[in-house]
Write a protein that binds this ligand. Structure first.
Ligand code: SF4
Ligand code: SF4
Length: 337
């Protein structure tokens, strides 16, 4: 019998998350890549900047989680230094999100004690499903390195970005994850950002509430029945659920190598970042920024969703939305009880 229940994880007061893109370069060219070099630059943060910016975002009064991302963060030779520096500075948890290639002998340069989670991105249970999205040969390399990481004692999680192209294969993931020793399963919904925003065909990958609700909660329950912790976005709010914008009630920093600091990931294709790093300090931008959108209340829920990816909304004959879209940062958690 399955004893798993989904719990919406509200934004915890005082919690801070720092998503640090230490470079934008990557060895892959995924079809749904959200990195936008025009907006995020093409630079790599230097070792000195890495340390300075880590100091800038730690707050001794609050628990702060850091996630190192790219591009592909293991292409940065100073990533192990950054992980150690973050631990020393007192970040509550340190995670690295990788495409699985693990450059610079990454597993030999850090220990499982220094890294709380190593997260691999994979978008299908087989090469036939994954590789047309992430690239030829990626499934084999990613799964081989994932197994090596588990065997070396690292806590491993897996990120699966669900779209119309792979949703029907999601149910095949839970037994594989259990076999591989994955501890956490992040199910993400495809966003219309970066490449997907520029490509008509990719934008048609967006899911309807019916498609999402028919498959995702069931796959999450199946994974949790194997003892895997599952985290997936809320996306569609129930009638009695309160809408909250993380931009108003939580502290999230999405940092890019060109110094832009966003609070909402949906804004990353536009120069509307609320903050920037200038001369080593965090400076608030003036004029129109993402903050102006956070305070708007609309019947559809998230304002940025309505502006940037309205295809996931539906209306009745009176023009009223049939449901509200939650903040993209609102998650549900499923654990075996
Ligand atoms: S691995 Fe990540 S950064 Fe690299 S192309 Fe794919 S989505 Fe983009
Ligand atoms: S996704 Fe929407 S609700 Fe969430 S922070 Fe951005 S604007 Fe606010």
């Amino acid at each position: 019998m399955d004893n798993s229940t989904a719990r919406t994880v509200g934004f915890k007061p005082g919690e801070r998350n720092v998503f640090f893109h230490i470079l934008t370069a990557c060895n892959l060219s995924c079809k749904h890549c959200y990195i936008n070099p025009e907006q995020h630059g093409t630079t790599t943060v230097s070792k000195g900047t890495l340390e300075k910016w880590l100091k800038l975002f730690v707050d001794p009064e609050k628990e702060t989680n850091i996630i190192f991302l790219g591009g592909e963060p293991t292409m940065h030779p100073d990533l192990p230094f950054g992980i150690r520096a973050a631990k020393k500075l007192g970040y509550r948890s340190v995670t690295v999100d990788t495409n699985g290639f693990l450059f610079h002998d990454f597993l030999d340069k850090v220990t499982p004690e220094e890294l709380d989670f190593l997260s691999f991105s994979l978008d299908g249970p087989t090469a036939e499903v994954n590789d047309p999205i992430r690239g030829e040969g990626v499934f084999g390399i990613c799964t081989e390195n994932l197994k090596k990481a588990v065997a070396s004692g690292f806590n491993v999680s897996l990120i699966f970005t669900v779209s119309r192209r792979n949703i029907k294969y999601l149910h095949m993931m839970p037994p594989l994850l259990a076999e591989w020793g994955v501890k956490r399963f992040f199910i993400q919904v495809i966003g219309i950002r970066g490449k997907t925003a520029q490509d008509k065909e990719e934008a048609s990958w967006q899911l309807t509430p019916e498609e999402w609700l028919e498959i995702v909660p069931g796959a999450a329950a199946a994974a949790s029945s194997f003892g895997i912790e599952v985290i997936f976005p809320k996306v569609f709010l129930e009638k009695d659920e309160v809408f909250e914008c993380a931009g108003r009630v939580a502290e999230n920093f999405f940092i890019f190598p060109n110094g832009r600091v966003y609070s909402c990931p949906l804004c990353e294709d536009y120069p509307v970042n609320m903050n920037r790093i200038e001369n080593g300090c965090l400076v608030k931008n003036i004029g129109l920024t993402e903050e102006n959108f956070f305070s708007l209340d609309i019947p559809e829920g998230c304002v940025l969703n309505k502006l940037l990816q309205p295809d996931n909304l539906q209306y009745n004959s009176n023009g009223r939305p049939l449901y509200r879209i939650s903040c993209c940062l609102l998650k549900q958690e499923m654990k075996k009880s």
